[in-house]
Ligand binder design. Structure first.
Ligand code: ZN
Ligand code: ZN
Ligand code: FE
Length: 740
């Protein structure tokens, strides 16, 4: 058959994942000559081939590509005839507009694990072993294209042996940028909390010993430091809680393997798959013994994850006990990524197991749960970030979307692509805002990106809005687009699921700024990419004390009681009124009546708070979402019935159910009927519409509510890859710029 020259272009996650050596090996198999190289849009192959072999070659690429790769497109065309002597991997082509994917950080692969534990291997016990199929990527990258000199590995000079592996296309470590060994790679360093070096032959063994003694350690991982202690030692955990001033918020636990995981929790097939996936997220699973420990007090679920680096693996294997592993950060500040930022936590840890490979891009652990066999992302970061989403439409302009104020993420959009940053966190401190701005710079730098449109939340006081205003004021040409919070929530799901049609969106949320300036959060809207219409919402109630009401469920309950009973509240005796002194009740009544610092809200999240307060479950929360979690615990699926509510003039008045809750003989009956009432509200409002039902907003992280809604509407659409909480807002904001 006639030989022609073909050029094949492949886009997707195809760099830093062993793609070129894979192509090299395939070319040997099909006896092809030509070249393969990386360029700014992915991988380019030029081959001499007949048509039939070309077809087989393309099929082999699509079916056999490397573990970590992800092919978005593969295109070929005939070009002018050239001859080649052999097949070669050639140097990276010059840089244009970068559209290649940054590979995420993934867990240690099976082959590296085998070598790690093999006493005869030269990397036996080496805590930084990796290859093209595993290890750090995103967290060590300064810039693209992904080459060693563009990563924090640039300061390590390869030894001869590593260099041979690195340059051999048939080696598993061919162009594995973070390659290293005992002779040339990163090294561990164990110190006390004053930075004094601990002399030891083996840092891992010494760390195990310290953990067994009950010590708290800071451990440098992939995207930042963890605080760790022995999870079987209640005193250590209590000490960690005390030092971190973290009263009840659950801790995540790392277990060495599935066997250890099963000792602690009941794990479904799907949860197991997530736990074992190469991304190794934290998965929230059902505890075996509900009240067995103080890791997650009063909650019957626990966040588990498996070791994802060789270092974690060695530690867990030697310790033979699970460890508590929580992100090392000062409250409201981003995760610590270097020893300088960690110093602020000196009073919390006793020792630090550090190493000298710098973390360039911080990222937290990712968190998932499974509800009714659907995966729900709570936080998407390590292992996934940065995330690429292909939109159902092309964008006219480059868009920078700034997200919300909590669980912040940012996004850049170009063509029909959106790149979503990892979880950045809440913008409640100066250092978190700095970290947020650094993330914007990072995405802009790596993707060589310049925004024409800036999309941001309508809330005037969000830090992200302030940053938007700063950008707008210093850049005359930029187009500003404010996006309503809950519309963005629904759009995020539509973007992920590639839905182009009209949908019926239900956004149950904490709070978001509404078009009328009120704090929305119980919204029903019909929308598509062009526009949205608010069909119905919860009746407004006042948030007594504004932001304070978010931390104090009793304030929300009291406000609703005032609206139902006025001054008669002074004579009521229930858990909410008992949570205030009589003087406070009078002061708050005046504030409520005059509307002093009492914005109106339709938030379902706050309604959960009110119910929790009124039933005496929780008056002041110690972490976000606590009241909802405690309500979940009281749900009893054997209860039937719901409370009546009023729905007219686009308003759902559910507030009068509050006194009914108090009449039940058992609070779990009240809680269960409250959950069913919310489901009935959706049923009622959705009834006249023949549109797909889309659910979003932070409240849908509530396992019970989401489960009940999915029972009732098995076809309801939720996002799986993008969190339903404010972590998804930036993606929705990009989509909103298509609006006319
Ligand atoms: Zn490997
Ligand atoms: Zn070496
Ligand atoms: Fe929200």
């Amino acid at each position: 058959m006639e030989l022609c020259t073909y050029k094949i272009n492949i886009t997707g996650t195809v760099q830093g994942v062993g793609f070129r050596p894979f192509i090299y090996t395939l070319a040997q198999r099909y006896l092809l000559t030509g070249t393969v190289s990386n360029n700014s849009s992915g991988v380019e192959i030029i081959i001499n081939s007949d048509v039939l072999t070309l077809k087989q070659f393309l099929i082999a690429i699509e079916y056999e590509y490397p573990l970590l790769a992800k092919i978005d497109t593969i295109e070929h065309k005939e070009i002018e005839y050239k001859t080649f002597d052999s097949f070669e991997i050639i140097k990276t082509q010059s840089k244009g507009n970068v559209v290649v994917n940054i590979p995420p950080d993934v867990s240690i692969c099976k082959e590296c694990e085998k070598e790690l534990l093999d006493p005869k291997n030269r990397r036996y016990g080496y805590p930084f072993i990796n290859c093209t199929h595993c290890g750090v990527r995103y967290s060590i990258i300064y810039n693209l294209p992904y080459d060693r000199k563009q990563t924090s590995m640039k300061t390590f000079k390869m030894c001869k042996t590593c260099e041979l592996e690195y340059n051999n296309p048939l080696d598993r470590r061919y162009h594995a940028q973070p390659i290293g060994c005992y002779d040339c790679g990163p090294k561990l360093k164990l110190m006390d909390n004053l930075g004094k070096l601990i002399n030891t032959k083996n840092e891992v063994d010494k760390t195990v010993k310290l953990l067994q003694e009950g010590k708290i350690l800071a451990l440098k991982g992939v995207g930042g430091y963890h605080l760790i202690c022995d999870a079987s030692n209640e005193n250590s955990i209590q000490e960690l809680r005390t030092r971190k001033k973290r009263e009840t918020k659950p801790f995540a636990v790392m277990v060495s393997d599935m066997k250890m995981a099963r000792e602690l929790a009941i794990i479904s097939k799907q949860e197991e798959k997530l736990l074992l996936s190469k991304e190794r997220p934290i998965v929230i699973v059902k505890k075996k013994n509900k009240h067995s420990n103080i890791i997650a007090p009063n909650i019957s679920y626990i966040g588990l994850f498996l070791p994802y680096t060789p270092l974690h693996l060695l530690l867990l294997k030697k310790l033979k006990s699970p460890i508590v592993a929580t992100s090392a950060n000062v409250t409201d500040e981003p995760i610590c990524t270097n020893i300088e930022s960690l110093e602020k936590l000196q009073g919390i840890y006793d020792y630090v197991l550090d190493h000298n490979r710098d973390i360039i891009n911080g990222c937290d652990d990712s968190v998932f749960m499974v509800v009714k066999e659907k995966e729900v992302a709570i936080r998407r970061s390590r292992g996934y970030a940065p995330i690429r989403v292909t939109l159902p439409f092309f964008l006219k302009n480059n868009v920078l979307a700034l997200g919300a104020n909590q669980k912040s993420t940012i996004a850049i959009g170009f063509d029909n692509q959106v790149i979503l940053s990892p979880h950045i966190g809440d913008l409640h401190s100066i250092s978190s805002v700095e970290y947020y701005e650094k993330n914007i710079e990072t995405l802009e730098r790596i993707y060589n990106f310049k925004a024409k449109v800036i999309a941001y939340d309508k809330h005037p006081n969000y830090e992200s809005t302030k940053i938007a205003n700063k950008i707008i004021n210093t850049n005359k040409d930029i187009i500003a687009k404010k996006v309503q919070h809950h519309y963005a929530h629904i759009l995020a799901v539509m973007a992920e699921k590639n839905i182009k049609s009209k949908v019926f969106g239900v956004a149950f949320d904490g709070t978001g700024y509404g078009d009328d300036g009120m704090l929305w959060g119980g919204e029903f809207m019909v929308c598509d990419f062009e526009d949205y219409k608010r069909i119905a919402s919860l009746e407004y109630f006042k948030l007594l004390g504004g932001a304070k009401a978010i931390k104090e469920p009793r304030r929300v309950a009291l406000s609703i009681l005032f609206s139902l009973y006025g001054k008669d509240v002074f004579n009521l005796d229930n858990p909410t009124t008992r949570a205030f002194s009589s003087v406070e009740l009078r002061v708050y009544y005046t504030a409520w009546e005059k509307g002093l610092n009492s914005p109106l809200s339709s938030s379902v999240g706050r309604l959960f708070d009110a119910v929790a307060s009124l039933l005496g479950i929780c008056q002041v929360v110690s972490f976000e979402g606590e009241s909802g979690m405690l309500l979940e615990e009281l749900f009893d699926s054997s209860v039937i019935g719901y409370y009546p509510f009023n729905y007219e003039n686009e308003k759902i008045d559910i507030l009068p159910i509050l006194p009914l809750l108090l009449k039940e003989k058992d609070i779990s009956i009240a809680v269960s009927k409250f959950f069913y009432t919310l489901v009935e509200v959706i049923v009622k409002v959705y009834e006249p519409y023949d549109l797909p039902l889309v659910l979003s907003g932070g409240v849908f992280q509530n396992r019970v509510l989401l489960g009940l809604v999915l029972d009732r509407f098995p076809n309801a659409i939720i996002s799986n890859a993008i969190p339903p909480n404010d972590g998804g807002i930036a993606l929705g904001q990009v989509m909103a710029t298509l609006r006319k």
